[in-house]
Design a protein around this ligand. Sequence first.
Ligand code: NCD
Ligand code: ZN
Length: 346
Amino acid sequence: MTNTLTLRRPDDWHLHLRDGAVLQAVLPETARHFARAIIMPNLVPPVVTGAQAAAYRDRIMAALPDGMTFEPLMTLYLTEDTDPDDVSAAHASGLVKAVKLYPAGATTNSASGVRDFDKVRPVLERMAEIGLTLCVHGEVTDADIDIFDREAVFIDRVLDPVRRATPGLRVVMEHITTSQGVEYAKSVDSGLGATITTHHLVINRNHILVGGIRPHYYCLPVAKREEHRLALRAAATSGDARFFLGTDSAPHVDALKETGCGCAGCFTATNTMGILAHVFEEENALDRLEAFASLNGPAFYDLPPNTDVITLTKNDHPVVYPEKIDSDDGPVTVFDPTFPVHWDVR
Ligand code: NCD
Ligand code: ZN
């Protein structure tokens, strides 16, 4: 039986760090295990310009505890007013590694997102020219589309047409949650990747709703049926270079989750690597965890993989992870995978 596993240090290709007190509290949880992360720009107000991304990067680095290293890979929030020249400059300086597309209203803090895709065509064309990746929150927002169908409908109605209209545009389908997402990613040979979260490998929609409503399992895109979870597991553990880890770790303080209208987001930074080792072991794929967490992402973004390593250890007893991370704004609940996790990072 394998009791230790050494991997190149992983990266997180989709992460929410927030700002202020929550940033301060959650950043060490990621920096402890991950070398780099693609930082989501959905602050209030959003990170729209290169100057705002540079200021946010400085706030992140200022919040990093002494002795820890971490490289935030910044993104710009695409709006209908985004200036292609500002995007080019932020990319040329090395500051920005992706632009984030939120359909307006799709998720937390997405009111400034895109309604009319014709308005962002010049930015998308520029991105295709300069090789800058578009990270896509792939859900339609139409009130008449059932929330469980929104990803599949987005692929047909928005993603495929946008990709066809913008040859050469590099796209990451973020946090895919369906077999349709897996199949679409697999149908394209290059220039299209897909991130998968830790929690979507673990929970299906029953976990949110059976036996009581569980706000800490609610995120967007919402977890789907079991067959979709199984499709995500197969993709993540396959070693296929198109799939890589984006935890979508999305902290909200408990007061904003445990309420009549709770925020979407699962906070998984603390125990992601241990949970992933458990999942990959269940799938007899521990030897493919490095591809998913440490190799496929850098290859997509044309960055070198990290040179240092982490070692995961399997303990006889379940690891006691903290239930909550305290912040000056209140506690943030750590994702509970519903099973005991025996793996941790040493
Ligand atoms: C994210 C957040 O809280 O910012 N929430 C989530 O459920 N994933 C937004 C997002 O990535 O959709
Ligand atoms: Zn997210």
